[in-house]
Design a binder for this molecule. Structure first.
Ligand code: FA5
Length: 341
């Protein structure tokens, strides 16, 4: 009997020593210690052993079982360590190598400026209202005091979709749409794309405007100047100034063009501002009484201010971009300059 046990232990030692992997070890463990394994078979044979020798036999086989189990445990630990070291070697990373460069996208400069403009006015209590790009002639012109045969229609070269529908030429129709629905006090901002048959270094057929409208009791040009001064200081430098020049829009009376001190030369005169020290940034004025009345607002009780700002123009001033077309070419080398450094 002892010979049989010794032989089994010897065989187990040899086979365990030859094992190469944890998976082989699991299979071999079943061969010896599994339900139908060789050691288990010895234990099962206990019933055939004469009763006086049974205790001794049991003890011998139990010792064998413990020895074989210890063999497997020891080998399992050794294999695990070996396999771990191998995986470290295989997956080793050379931390001295350069990392892979991840490219980040960034907002288009027009969106950066649009967001900044909107944030500045929201900070002053304005709410945002977006109107349609395909607009009725009524909202784009007639309600704004520009009847069908009015010469002011020539100021904006319009893309007509039909007799009555146009691609809006400005965001001013937003004023009318808001005033029709909402009664004063009104303080809104209406951003969006607008279209004109225009195309040169400072004019694009599609561009962006942001309309501002404030209607309340006692609104004057002083309020307009105050709001715009605050705005340009947020948008450009703290020392940026505005000046109002008389102008003409059928929907405002009086009307003004608003200039800001040149961001490049701070008013001294340079190429960007054509030597004047000032750059025009928007059109504005006091809402024409006829427009208030067209929208059902009593013009004796209320007055309003309105302004229409070009986003492209503002972007060109802010970043010193000399040609508006650069903003639409989407050359990545240009756009990248507005991302993270
Ligand atoms: C208007 O469009 C008026 N609706 C603005 C306004 C609103 C006046 C409320 C009074 C009260 P104007 O045509 O000047 O005005 O355009 C306003 C701004 O849009 C200009 O100052 C300029 O910055 C920009 N702009 C006009 N045409 C183009 C164009 N083709 N490409 C890029 N920007 C343009």
């Amino acid at each position: 009997m002892q010979d049989k046990v010794n032989l089994l232990l010897e065989n187990a030692k040899k086979e365990v020593a030859a094992l190469q992997s944890s998976r082989e070890l699991a299979d071999l463990k079943v061969k010896y210690l599994g339900k139908t394994g060789e050691v288990t078979a010895l234990l099962k044979g206990m019933k055939d052993i004469p009763s006086e020798k049974r205790a001794e036999f049991g003890k011998t086989v139990n010792v064998l079982k413990e020895q074989v189990a210890a063999l497997f445990e020891e080998k399992a630990t050794a294999l695990k360590k070996e396999e771990m070291l191998k995986s470290f070697e295989k997956d080793a990373v050379d931390i001295t190598l350069d990392g892979k460069k991840v490219s980040f996208g960034n907002l288009h400069p027009l969106n950066i400026v649009r967001n900044k403009v909107i944030d500045a006015f929201i900070g002053m209590g304005f709410e945002v209202f977006e109107g349609p790009e395909l607009e009725l002639d009524y909202y784009c012109f007639q309600a704004l005091n520009i009847p069908k045969d009015h010469p002011a229609r020539d100021m904006q070269d319009t893309f007509y979709i039909s007799d009555n529908v146009v691609l809006r030429t400005h965001t001013s129709p937003g004023q009318v749409r808001v005033m029709e629905k909402k009664k004063p006090p009104i303080k809104i901002l209406s951003p969006g794309r607008v279209y004109r048959a225009d195309d040169d270094a400072s004019h694009s057929p599609m561009f962006h405007q942001i309309e501002g409208l404030v209607v309340d009791k006692g609104i004057t040009l002083c309020d307009l100047k105050g709001i715009l001064d605050e705005f340009v200081q947020i948008m450009f430098d703290k020392d940026t100034k505005t000046r109002l020049r008389p102008s003409y829009f059928p929907f405002t009376e009086p009307s003004v063009e608003v200039d800001v001190t040149c961001s490049e030369c701070h008013g001294k005169g340079c190429k960007l501002c054509k030597g004047t020290g000032w750059i025009e940034i928007l059109g504005a004025g006091i809402v024409n009484k006829k427009v208030l009345e067209n929208c059902g607002i009593d013009s004796d009780e209320y007055s309003g201010l309105a302004f229409g700002l070009g986003i492209e123009r503002t972007t060109m001033i802010k970043y010193g971009v000399p040609d508006i077309r650069t903003l639409f070419e989407n050359d990545v080398r240009f756009l990248k300059q507005f991302g993270r450094k």
